[in-house]
Design a protein around this ligand. Sequence first.
Ligand code: ADE
Length: 242
Amino acid sequence: MKTRIGIIGAMDLEIEKLTKEEMNSENIITKAGLRFHIGKLGDTDVVIVRSGIGKVNAALCAQILIDCFQVTHLINTGIAGSLDHSINIGDIVIGTDAMHHDLDLSPLGYDPGILPTLGDGPVLSSFPADPFLRSLAARACRDAAPDIGVHEGRIVSGDQFISSSEQRTRLVKTFHAICTEMEGAAIAHTAYLNDIPFVILRAISDKAGDEADVEFGTFEHKAAENCANVLAHMVRDISRAQ
Ligand code: ADE
């Protein structure tokens, strides 16, 4: 099957550099209120879409990309809150795996973030990113953003903007995650269920602590731009690397 990359960002600022400046747009198709931009980044076929914020929006958007646009790979791009003091605003995070931090069946004996399945299905916990996409992302960071810090580790997602040191500490202690956002695990989960390779690439807009709302407002545009630059480089490389 011909490679076609589905690229999901939650907000306009996370995709508009790609759709307006980087991609050769061929068509826009609207489904479920979402605008799917079909075209090319370099020689690579892409479908770029703004999912809206949160895990429900992200999951349904990912499933539409798979069912209606036949994407072969999924990439989630955008901004995130850092959970590690060594990861600074503007830095890039490449997810090794993703978990839902707001999924909690602990009264039933499951660890936080663990999803028991029915019947013989596996117990789902973390969703591992595709090694090939991770290595392409790391190379794109080295080539396109050599001055920016790059980090690899677990990303946790939930339907909450994390903006207190207490919430932040819980995510670090419970999940050992290095950044948090609101869509990645839902996209990873959808990719896993459909057997599609995925990676999450995020740039840090805030430290998810008590000042996160102010930091976010100040740095969201710069962080989103860092991420879009690396992503455009990475996706152009995909057809060459295969
Ligand atoms: N996206 C960017 N910063 C975030 C935060 N602190 N919490 C959740 N999502 C985010």
